[in-house]
Ligand binder design. Structure first.
Ligand code: MTE
Ligand code: HPA
Ligand code: MOS
Length: 713
């Protein structure tokens, strides 16, 4: 037993994962299984005229929408994403059918012989093409999947009418691939007359709900079993439905298990990505250069289907003023339909794009006013009790001043910011960021209603029975710690298996950084109820349900109130050197500080910070993913470059202790926060080093070359 909950323990899954003993779905054997290959659209937009299949050897089959006895729809948030395309295709890679059979090589051979006749139509690929309805709108009249406007403070038009100066700039971010190390994988089988779906998934309960209607079943009629999930980052929140649906239909038709495992090429070309974004911020200033208000326009490239993009857009809008107190705001958000692979959940869930924009904007405002960026940001730092852009309030103590002190002292920021002259080849940048923990507004209370069981077994072990998955983030270790610590029994006595929807309570998705904050708290409460009975009774179960804390109003219709009860907070400093000949950027230092309430395990958090910050630096520095004519140009890890440990130096990480009253032992969400800000600090550092404003990421050396040449012209 640990004395203090934050003291690190060895992760229960570390040894098996490090030694390669851990089995993933692709390592498992399903007796009698057929393998599957997806037949996908090769065009970005058009009509399917005919499908020419090669002659199928015995035991091989082609499965399509015609084999669906129920409705051809996957139920994500809405039901627009089809399981199999019927007559129209909206993006390259859209599922048209499944080839199934016993031999993988034979399947590859058959796949190469499938010929599809199309009537091609003009696709819209970029945000601008989508907004202009290039090729004609395919969603509504205006190609908008979703649209919203938030307002806070005085009427923004009046604020601009009395402004002395207006500063306006547009910021852009690109696609990003999750690079979950274990690719997407799924197997649909029948066991004792029930459909059982094995899947590498963040949200087994989502899969059940999404695919049941294909066979006219109820979600409870399908048992979804999570297999060990080797990384997800949002890619396994809704996208596993796109594999599970076709596998289930094929299993139903062929009455055999059907297994589908992607390889890296499919993973790169044919899975969801982070939404590319365009954010325009217009700021009204008075004579003295004080900010009076901001008018913000946010557009996300949603791709061919909606999936959860409206919720992503909402989070983007709610985070668009970052860590700053802005007296009046209007934020207009739009999700535009294009003929690219649908964009979807990715660590940060819409917040990184707008946080990048506001951080760049604050730096450029400071430059324009001749003030040092950090000094300028400090003037507007949001504090407890301040109004948010949805006219809610910051409920917690904001420890940004202390966090800024930690990282500026450790990095010697103030001296370096003073001494490194613009375009001297060296630069240092600082960014501030936050992440609202758990579902937005009253989502936890109204949509999710998390439940959790805790079962004491006769041998003294205690099993956690809730739906939160382990995907590398460490939740199953954190959850065991919470239960063991509360019950006062050894960590090893806690059992927490991979999720089986037949066995556990639905505690909601493993998303929105909510596992520890919401489910962790339920586990603590269940353990508190179990504790007095633990020694007296042999075999019993405690059931707990989520209760929303009182006093945090939210109006989902008008976007008013407390979008989040609590935020994680972050501050990052990045220092770089830019090579004037090769334009390569060498990062020489990274310092970050995070407020995640009271940490459940400091070492897990260090792991999250290391991974999240690297992922964010990759996003800014090197992860170029281009879409030409509907196809991603980058094909594998040979040309989609993600950072490795040689690309960035060891970072120095700090935590502050700021217990959150409604979280387990004071903890709040941490998993996505760590992604939300290092990109902006890096960009600021490069911008200072080359003496050029930068409004767009990624900035690989080619882009930096272009920026520097513009200076010499
Ligand atoms: N860390 C690892 N190692 N692997 C992952 O897939 N996903 C991230 C984050 N950290 C992820 C991760 C995302 S997108 C989310 S929402 C949170 O973990 C979810 O887990 P939590 O609720 O336990 O924070
Ligand atoms: N993150 C991830 N998934 C979600 C969210 C979120 O904030 N809200 C609804 N689904
Ligand atoms: Mo995380 S993007 O909410 O799975």
């Amino acid at each position: 037993m640990t004395k203090e909950i934050s003291d690190p323990v060895r992760r229960y899954d570390a040894i098996d994962k490090c030694t390669g003993k851990q089995k993933y779905l692709g390592d498992m054997h399903f007796p009698g299984a057929l393998y599957a290959r997806m037949v996908r659209s090769t065009i970005a937009r058009g009509k399917i005229l005919a499908i020419h299949l090669p002659e199928m050897p015995q035991g091989y089959d082609f499965v399509s929408y015609k084999d669906i006895p129920g409705k051809n729809e996957l139920w994500m948030i809405q039901k627009d994403w089809k399981c199999f395309a019927e007559h129209d295709v909206r993006y390259v890679g859209e599922t048209i059918g499944l080839l199934c059979g016993p031999d993988k090589e034979m399947l590859d051979d058959l796949l190469s012989q499938v010929k599809i006749d199309y009537e091609e139509e003009t696709p819209a690929i970029t945000i601008e093409e989508g907004l202009a309805c290039k090729g004609g709108a395919f969603v509504g009249k205006d190609n908008l999947f979703c649209e919203m406007t938030t307002r806070s403070g005085e009427d923004i038009d009046k604020v601009f009418a009395r402004a002395d100066r207006v500063f306006e700039e547009t910021y852009r971010t690109g696609f990003q691939e999750h690079v979950n190390l274990e690719p997407q994988s799924c197997c649909a089988t029948m066991e004792q007359g029930r459909y059982v779906v094995y899947a590498s998934s963040q949200c087994p309960f989502y899969i059940r709900k999404s695919i049941a209607g294909l066979l006219n079943l109820k979600p409870e009629d399908i048992d979804v079993r999570q297999t060990m999930t080797g990384g997800a980052f949002g890619a396994k929140e809704h996208f596993p439905d796109v594999l599970a649906g076709p596998c289930l239909v094929a299993c139903h038709k062929l009455q055999k298990p059907v297994e589908l495992v992607f390889d890296r090429k499919e993973e790169t070309a044919f899975t969801v990505k982070r939404h590319p974004s365009r954010t325009t911020i217009k700021t009204a200033l008075d004579k003295q250069g004080n900010i009076l208000g901001m008018d913000i326009d946010v557009v996300y490239n949603v791709g061919g289907y909606l999936s959860c993009s409206f919720v992503v857009l909402q989070r983007g809008v709610f985070h668009a003023t970052g860590c700053y107190r802005i007296p009046a705001t209007r934020i207009h958000g739009r999700g535009v339909a294009t003929n690219t692979f649908p964009s979807d959940a990715f660590r940060g869930f819409g917040a990184p794009q707008t946080l990048f924009a506001i951080e760049r904007h604050m730096c450029h405002l400071a430059d324009m006013l001749g003030v040092e960026p950090l000094e300028f940001k400090r003037r507007y730092l949001i504090r407890q009790g301040d109004m948010t852009n949805t006219e809610g309030h910051i409920n917690e103590r904001v420890m940004l001043p202390e966090m800024i002190r930690q990282i500026t002292e450790a990095s010697d920021y103030e001296r370096k910011a003073r001494e490194y002259k613009p375009s001297c080849g060296r630069g240092i940048g600082l960014s501030l960021y936050n992440h609202g923990g758990a579902f937005t507004g009253n989502g936890e209370q109204v949509l999710i209603k998390a439940k959790c069981d805790l079962h004491k077994m006769a041998d003294g072990r205690v099993e956690i029975l809730c739906g939160q998955t382990e995907m590398g983030q460490g939740f199953h270790t954190a959850a065991r710690k919470i239960a063991a610590h509360t019950l006062g029994i050894p960590f090893e006595k806690i059992v927490f298996e991979n999720i089986d929807t037949d066995r556990v309570q639905d505690s909601g998705p493993t998303a929105a950084s909510r596992s520890t904050q919401i489910a962790g708290r339920l586990i603590q409460q269940a353990a508190e109820q179990m504790k007095p009975r633990y020694d007296k009774e042999e075999d019993f179960t405690v059931h707990v349900e989520y209760q929303h804390p009182e006093g945090f109003p939210w109006d989902q219709e008008h976007w008013k109130g407390d979008a989040y009860i609590a935020y994680g907070w972050g501050a990052a400093v990045v220092e770089v050197e830019v090579d004037p000949l090769t334009y390569e950027v060498k990062t020489v230092g990274i310092w970050v500080s995070h407020d995640v309430g009271h940490p459940i395990d400091r070492l897990i958090l260090r792991g999250q910070a290391n991974g999240g910050v690297m992922q964010s630096l990759g996003y800014a520095a090197m992860e170029v993913m281009e879409n030409k004519g509907g196809k991603f140009r980058q094909k594998s890890l040979a040309d989609y470059i993600i950072p490795c440990s040689m690309d960035f130096p060891m970072m120095q990480t700090f935590l502050v202790d700021n217990p959150y009253p409604y979280g387990p032992y004071g903890a709040k969400g941490a998993g996505e926060l760590v992604f939300n800000g290092a990109d902006a600090a890096f960009t600021e550092a490069v911008s200072k080093a080359i003496g050029k404003p930068i409004c767009e990421i990624p900035i690989p050396p080619e882009t930096i070359e272009g920026l520097m040449h513009a200076q010499h012209d």
